[in-house]
Write a protein that binds this ligand. Structure first.
Ligand code: AHG
Ligand code: MN
Ligand code: MN
Length: 347
């Protein structure tokens, strides 16, 4: 009989062998995974569940919220607030942090999430996802600590203790790292359980596939334009090979493709909103995805620095993102460095 490994068993073994995670973190990850199952069920109902369409409200970034943005946010909060593992949560869809209410025990972890990534794809039945990241609250001695505050969240991505995403696509897949490689679990709907379907995921170092929203081309900075120009020249250009383009407009789905078969994903700074460092959010999108990609042998930078080294100054901070196959990310980053040196970068 084929042995199936459940998420629970995977996590218990990570706890037991090598002590990669403490029991509280294991339980926290299981609760997040359970919440993703609930979100998946809501998404699957679609029009039948009345979950499609706009909620006619705006989040802190001024983006119109979809009903599922709000539903997914509530599911994650309800699932996680009572377990005793968390001190607070922060979400792309909430202005400030959500401290665990006093009626529940306080834990030492901080959970961040993009409850529903790829909102523009909800109503058109294209893959969407949930992204999450876990940090440990520094100074968690209950005798001396101040109440949890936004400052506690402002840690560089390299301090994450768990990160992952769930992609709601043709299959529902949970992808996770606790700093010991990347594992993928597929939801078995009949059993209601997450089954390990790939362990130690590796991203090929080279690729012929790029993902970027080409409609922003005229707003790009010189190094991004140079890289894409060279890809588009294909066999006839300096790269000497043809490239393929994919853009799903759900970061989760684009990153999932890259973890599965390689590629480079870019949402770079551009001139549309020059005062903002980028569109994507450091804490809810770039850090967890950056860590997953690094754990699978890829790289993630903002064009100048490793994403995971950035010190956030605000909860909802945005960032320029270049991630995926190592050699391509290094090439784009080198183009940025050269442009900064010769003064051709506008960023
Ligand atoms: P969200 O739905 O959480 O706001 O994130 C959407 C993000 C990301 O998933 C995707 O890569 C990008 O926005 C798509 O942006 P464009 O519509 O500008 O292509
Ligand atoms: Mn998102
Ligand atoms: Mn979102």
């Amino acid at each position: 009989m084929n042995k199936t490994i459940s998420l629970t068993r995977y996590l218990v073994e990570k706890q037991r062998v090598g002590g990669h995670i403490p029991p509280e973190l294991r339980l926290l990850i299981e609760v997040v995974a359970r919440a993703c199952k609930r979100i998946s069920i809501s998404i699957n109902k679609g029009a039948l569940g009345g979950v499609l369409g706009s909620a006619d409200t705006e989040n802190v970034q001024g983006e119109v919220q979809k009903k599922l943005d709000i539903i997914a946010n509530e599911v994650l909060i309800e699932a996680n607030e009572w377990g005793g593992h968390l001190a607070a949560m922060a979400s792309e869809e909430m202005d400030g942090i959500y401290a665990v209410p006093n009626r529940f025990p306080q834990g030492e972890y901080l959970l961040m999430f993009d409850p529903l990534d790829g909102s523009s794809n909800i109503d058109v039945n294209v893959s969407i996802g949930t992204i999450f990241s876990v940090l440990r609250k520094q100074n968690d001695d209950p005798e001396t600590v101040e109440p949890v505050c936004e400052q506690d969240f402002l840690q560089p991505g390299k301090q994450q203790v768990a990160a992952g995403y769930c992609v709601y696509g043709p299959q529902t897949t949970l992808v996770l790292t606790v700093g010991d490689g990347v594992a993928m679990f597929t939801l078995d709907r009949e059993q209601g359980s997450w089954v390990l379907t790939q362990d130690q995921v590796r991203i090929p170092e080279d690729t012929r596939e790029f993902a970027i929203n080409m409609s922003n081309m005229r707003h790009w900075d010189a190094p991004v334009r140079r890289y894409i120009d060279e890809c588009l020249q294909g066999k006839d250009g300096p790269r000497g090979k043809d490239f393929n383009m994919r853009w799903i407009a759900s970061m989760v789905a684009d990153v999932h493709r890259i973890l599965t078969r390689g590629g480079i994903f870019m949402y770079p700074w551009d001139k549309r909103e020059p005062h903002k460092p980028g569109k994507l959010r450091l804490m809810y999108e770039a850090n967890p995805m950056g860590w997953l990609v690094e754990q699978a042998g890829g790289a993630a930078t903002n064009g100048r620095q490793r994403i995971l080294d950035l010190h956030p100054t605000q909860l909802h901070e945005r960032v320029s993102v270049i991630l995926g196959s190592r050699n391509e990310v290094e090439r784009v980053t080198a183009y940025h460095r050269e442009a900064a040196a010769d003064g051709t970068s506008a960023a």
